[in-house]
Design a protein around this ligand. Sequence first.
Ligand SMILES: [Zn+2]
Length: 259
Amino acid sequence: VPELPDVEGFRRTMARHATGKTITNIVVPDTEIVRNASPAVVAGTLRRRTLEKAERHGKWLIARADGPALLFHFGMTGDLIWGENARDRHPHDRAIMVFGDGELRYRNMRRFGGLWLARDDAEREELLGGLGPDALRVSRARFLERLGARRGRLKPALMDQTVVAGPGNLVVDETLWSARLSPLRTIASLTDDERTRLFNAMHDVLKKSSRRGYIPEEPGWLITVRGNPGASCPRCGTTLRRMTVGGRTTYWCPRCQPD
Ligand SMILES: [Zn+2]
């Protein structure tokens, strides 16, 4: 499932191959994948414009085209691929942004997420306005202020895109394991030191994984073991706990992250 680090990877793909180039066409084989406009309107709005900038906010990728913008959300199975030959298109390529020397393909098997057209800055802000600040760029003070305004348990608060935008299930479990905080802790119970530890861990997890475009399966990361039956903590060897928290399968170490 694409989370902030993956979308940062997609942003780099877009920036590397397509920024500064003219959009020659938008091909939309899946006529319903653009959620707020018809394929004809999308093509009519973006054709012959320059893709001036690829931006990311949380799990959203924003292709700015000199006024209007196309907003990408990758849902559960989304991907963004650069290709040079239209013959290599895949049946799950739902929308294709065509340039003179190649094309960006929005591939999404399960079709969650989708694309949204923003005709101008005001529409773009309206579409993204409910999101909190980007989790990779948010300052510690702002993060702690937003977290402090929430009640309830840690895990659902960190998953909530209105608190900070970007973390998903894997990033949150990795962050809590790194900060040695149980997902079952309540926000109200956190000491100042624990809050700082939480912010530092989130920032560190996001920074290291964004550089690669995914959470690295390397020693010292929870992701290397999570999902294996009877998995043990990569730090202390204790058998991990597994439970549904906030509607998502959650792994944590009962020794390093006591409730
Ligand atoms: Zn442990």
